[in-house]
Write a protein that binds this ligand. Structure first.
Ligand SMILES: NC(=O)c1ccc[n+]([C@@H]2O[C@H](COP(=O)([O-])OP(=O)(O)OC[C@H]3O[C@@H](n4cnc5c(N)ncnc54)[C@H](O)[C@@H]3O)[C@@H](O)[C@H]2O)c1
Length: 467
């Protein structure tokens, strides 16, 4: 009897709550803001797993020899099969100074292009170049990449390779039409903790990865004066949104198999007000200026398969450098900053794998000893092959060397590159899409499928290797 009365009360309560909730439902459902996906031009196909004929030597032309560019020359002289054929910078002295690297390595000087903002076009037009490697400021990247491909070259472009959706689609369309590789030079996907963790995730050690975080947190106040013609601070001044998302996006997207079985579907973004950017300009020039980029921006992304990503950008306030790099799996967790660590269920690990298997638990980080054992066991084959040389040659601790090595290795062996033009698109699209969200009260924005229908064609992210 008591049960019956209780049951009836519950039903009445449920109906009452239901009708209140119903009454509170908004009259109109929300729809995310959508942006146009241009139709694929007739006769064009996707470039997933694109391969091009093997080549013994990859002949390279480099455009942009400021703070970043000469390091690439230093690295290429150590990479088998790479040959620097031409160098370009608007500033002639930068070309001359970079030639010294070749001379010091006992190599001939490269052809030099300089003196005008269009000199780079002559470099792209040379018939004896296979790869144009672009290390200029953000505003010039996409135009140079398109021009290089249109002149029969593969294009490798520094981060971010494109700043607008229009630029992104131009790069995709040109790569698909010319069947030339077009990649972004995202080095952070090759760092040791990231690649080891990716390898662990691919072996199932962390279970199903549900959430990934990434960031670019780097206080640039000491660097602003050194960018050519102040391009970087000017860009931040002129544009709201996550304008430099790719170091966080790259490793997170690889963990989540983006366009290899899943795709980013919606994002929402929010920023703080800009404070330190305009204050810096005021201090330098006395001017009160309008400044668009907030000191800190945060973007949340949800994927088609119900995973999430959290991406941050902050180049303005004092914070320890961080790219976040966090992976949340159903059976384990990885976190890189400030101190790399893993947390794992004991059931995930064979007792032979790690020294104190019994001490593993799902609440705290594994011990240093266990972490070392795990990182040794799951070292990525790319690191097994290249770690020693990479550490000697350097470039952000070696990851830049590995990036360049892999680019040349895959081109020489006719393999698909580790990154493709759709990665470039996905990792760069936050610049425009996060701004769109912010300017509309943090409204959800639908993220285009840059593969135009092929995001589920490949299952799982893998590096191409020659056996
Ligand atoms: N992946 C990384 O870790 C990393 C690190 C630093 C910089 N970057 C990227 O590298 C790129 C360059 O950055 P930087 O710090 O070297 O900037 P920088 O200002 O020091 O160098 C840019 C160079 O491009 C040259 N340039 C500009 N327009 C040109 C043109 N039309 N023709 C020829 N040369 C031209 C300039 O003269 C300058 O030497 C940026 O995209 C930046 O985001 C990436």
């Amino acid at each position: 009897m008591i049960h019956k009365v209780f049951g009836t009360l519950c039903v009445i309560l449920a109906v009452a709550v239901g009708s209140v909730l119903h009454a509170q439902k908004p009259a109109v459902g929300y729809a995310p803001i959508t942006v146009e996906t241009p139709a694929r031009p007739a006769g064009q196909q996707d470039v997933l797993q694109l391969t091009t004929p093997k080549m013994e030597t990859v002949r390279i032309g480099i455009i942009g020899l400021g703070m970043r560019g000469p390091g690439a020359v230093e690295r290429f002289v150590h990479i088998p099969g790479a040959q620097i054929v031409a160098l370009c910078d608007i500033e002639p002295d930068r070309v001359e100074k970079t030639q010294e690297i070749l001379v010091k390595a006992g190599l001939p000087k490269a052809a030099a292009y300089s003196g005008s903002p269009d000199a780079w076009k002559k470099l792209c037009e040379r018939p004896d170049i296979d790869l144009v490697y672009i290390v200029t400021d953000w505003k010039t990247h996409a135009e140079m990449g398109v021009y290089a491909m249109e002149h029969g070259k593969h294009a490798a472009i520094e981060v971010p390779a494109a700043m607008t959706l229009d630029e992104i689609w131009k790069l995709i369309d040109t790569s698909e039409r010319t069947r030339k590789h077009c990649i972004q030079l995202e080095n952070c996907v090759y760092d040791y903790f990231e690649l080891t963790t990716l390898h662990m995730a691919q072996q199932g050690l962390l279970g199903e990865i549900l959430h990934a975080e990434g960031a670019y947190i780097h206080n640039l106040e000491d660097f602003w004066p050194y960018y050519h013609n102040n391009w970087r601070l000017d860009y931040n001044r002129g544009f709201r949104g996550d304008v430099y998302a790719t170091h966080g996006m790259g490793p997170a997207c690889q963990l989540l198999d983006i366009h290899r079985g899943d795709r980013m579907k919606t994002l929402v973004s929010m920023d703080t007000k800009p404070v330190n950017g305009p204050a810096y300009i005021k201090k330098q020039t006395g001017e009160e200026v309008d400044f668009c980029n907030g000191d800190q921006t945060t973007t949340l992304i949800r994927t088609e398969k119900g995973k999430t990503m959290l991406i941050q950008h902050n180049v303005m306030t004092p914070r320890p450098y961080s790219r976040k790099y966090q992976a949340v799996g159903t059976d384990g967790f990885a976190d890189k900053y400030p101190t790399p660590m893993y947390c794992l269920r004991p059931s995930q690990v064979d007792s032979h794998d790690v020294p104190d298997h019994e001490a593993l638990n799902a609440h705290g980080p594994v011990s240093e000893e266990v972490q070392k054992a795990l990182m040794d066991k799951y070292k990525h084959p790319i690191h097994i092959e290249l770690e020693e040389t990479a550490k000697k040659v350097g470039g952000h601790g070696g990851m830049d060397y590995i990036m360049d090595y892999r680019l040349i290795y895959c081109l020489r062996n006719g393999l698909p590159l580790d990154m493709d033009v759709y990665d470039l698109a996905e990792w760069c699209c936050l610049a425009e899409l996060s701004r769109l969200s912010m300017e509309n009260g943090s409204a959800p924005v639908a993220i285009p499928d840059f593969t135009r229908g092929s995001w589920n064609k490949i299952q799982g992210y893998r590096h191409a290797m020659v056996k």
